[in-house]
Design a protein around this ligand. Structure first.
Ligand code: GLN
Length: 483
């Protein structure tokens, strides 16, 4: 049962093989028995899940069920959930019970989804390894000495360890695609504006985007059908019709033009990941695609530009956590300044403080032009690079990450080495483009991902391309040993 995809589970519910309550209870039992090994959940919402499952079973019996009714899944703990702790993996919000639902959460509730719980993540989504979580690192189910990637590491680990058939994630610089690659699952970062950010705790508002983390591209399409759409509460969400993302999955790929950016096959790329990526490209050639080399000349600048823009936005977004309105408050403050300083000093972890300091510095009078403005200019160049290439090819492909999962603790003392793990993912966020990661092999027993990048709002195409690859290969069906 636990190796079933959402699509298969939906079929099982429909034909009465099991009820949503049975399915949900089975997952809750499995989480209880197994999650100690992976630390993939921060909060398990057993009571609420069973109530939602019961309601779903009633809808199924009454014939009013939709495509998602009764399906269990998990939310990254960055999405506000009414009445349920929403911690963002920070001591700052350890005691925060959200008074309202994020739009994404509302949409899953309305679709009849069953939330199993809230998944572990890097604190305020800042990280590439899940090690900055106040609740401790989540573990990679393929090797529990390794990181699951970040920041949506708990979601990736939960899906890979079969503690949820699917989960939501958010991606500011790679946080859906990178952990998906490192845990051997499928992840999709939609076009900026496709999924509402309302109630998704803000890290870097011009980059953040929520998306699905699943076993298959077909399941990602089912999730995106629920998540996508205009939201009047999010001024950056785009008012554009939502297609049925499952509708085009079976289109043949004959004539598909694939661009391979030469900058993605750089020196630091693990040679075996390069081989797995090339082997995946060969599969697409067999499916009728043509491949050509392209260039994204400003790829190397994406990391420095991102690490100005994202911290600048974060320093502004995180100013709301002041110990006054909600969240952590220090004990016995002597005056207002002491309250601010100690609440923030004690409530935030080291990586979050580093970002706030970098961001405040880059935005300060004297340095704004040298750093923030410069980074915005680079952002435009990166966008233009993509526009040029995407006018010549249908999709761009390459590795999702330069290396497979690394050991817990290996990169914590070297933030720049950690930041480099997002070298292939970050540029898409700067441009606002959609991207996917699908499993394409293993290196020393650890999974690796193929990244598929498309033009704005080309999610349907990406899902079609990924689905055809998954029909032709079985990397996405492999699970870690013992699972
Ligand atoms: N690893 C990147 C960072 O630390 C991206 C994180 C994300 O996408 N949320 O900022």
């Amino acid at each position: 049962m636990f190796d079933k995809t959402l699509a298969e589970l939906a079929q099982g519910l429909k034909s009465g093989d099991f009820s949503s309550v049975e399915l949900t209870q089975a997952y809750l039992n499995r989480i209880k028995a197994e999650d100690e090994k992976y630390n993939s959940y921060i909060t398990v919402t057993e009571e609420q899940a069973l109530a939602q499952a019961k309601a779903a079973d009633e809808a199924i019996a009454a014939g009013t069920a939709g495509a998602f009714t009764g399906l269990p899944f998990a939310h990254k703990d960055i999405f506000c959930t009414q009445g349920v702790r929403t911690s963002c993996a920070s001591k700052m919000l350890d005691n925060f019970i959200s008074p309202y639902n994020a739009t994404v959460v509302e949409k899953f509730n309305a679709a009849g989804g069953v939330m199993l719980g809230k998944t572990n993540m890097d604190e305020f989504a800042m990280g590439s390894s899940n090690e900055s979580s106040f609740y401790g690192a989540a573990k990679n189910p393929w090797n529990t000495e390794c990181v699951p990637g970040g920041s949506s590491g708990g979601s990736a680990a939960a899906v890979a360890a079969q503690l949820a058939p699917a989960a939501t994630g958010t991606d500011t610089g790679g946080s859906i695609r990178q952990p998906a690659a490192l845990c051997g699952i499928t992840g999709l970062k939609p076009t900026y504006g496709r999924v509402s950010r309302f109630g998704m705790i803000a890290f870097a508002s011009s980059l953040d985007q929520g998306g699905p983390m699943t076993k298959t591209a077909e399941d990602a399409a089912m999730m995106l059908n629920v998540m996508a759409g205009f939201d009047k509460h999010d001024s950056t969400s785009v008012d554009r019709a939502v297609p049925d993302y499952t509708a085009d999955l079976n289109k043949p790929l004959d004539g598909l033009k694939i661009g391979l950016p030469k900058e993605f096959f750089m020196d630091d790329l693990d040679s075996e990941i390069a081989e797995r990526t090339q082997a995946a490209i060969k599969e697409f050639e067999k499916l009728g695609a043509t491949v050509k080399e392209v260039s994204l000349p400003n790829t190397a600048l994406s990391i420095p530009a991102y690490y100005i823009i994202a911290p600048a936005e974060a320093s502004s977004n995180l100013s709301r956590f002041d110990g006054v309105r909600y969240g952590y408050r220090c004990e016995n403050p002597v005056d207002l300044e002491d309250l601010y300083k100690r609440s923030r000093g004690e409530g935030f972890g080291a990586e979050v403080k580093r970002r706030i300091m970098i961001g405040a510095y880059a935005l300060s009078e004297g340095f704004y032009d040298a750093y923030y403005n410069k980074a915005q200019q680079i952002r435009r160049l990166i966008r233009d690079d993509f526009a040029k290439v995407l006018s010549e090819v249908d999709v761009i492909m390459g590795p999702t990450t330069p290396h497979p999962a690394f050991k817990i603790g290996e990169k914590t003392s070297d933030p720049v080495a950690m930041y480099m793990e997002d070298i292939f993912t970050i540029s898409l966020n700067l441009a606002g483009l959609p991207g996917m990661s699908v499993p394409c092999g293993t290196v020393n027993g650890l999974p690796t991902g193929l990244q598929i990048i498309g033009d704005y709002f080309a999610e349907q195409k990406l899902l079609n391309v990924a689905h055809q690859f998954q029909l032709a290969t079985d990397w996405h069906t492999q699970s870690p040993q013992g699972i």
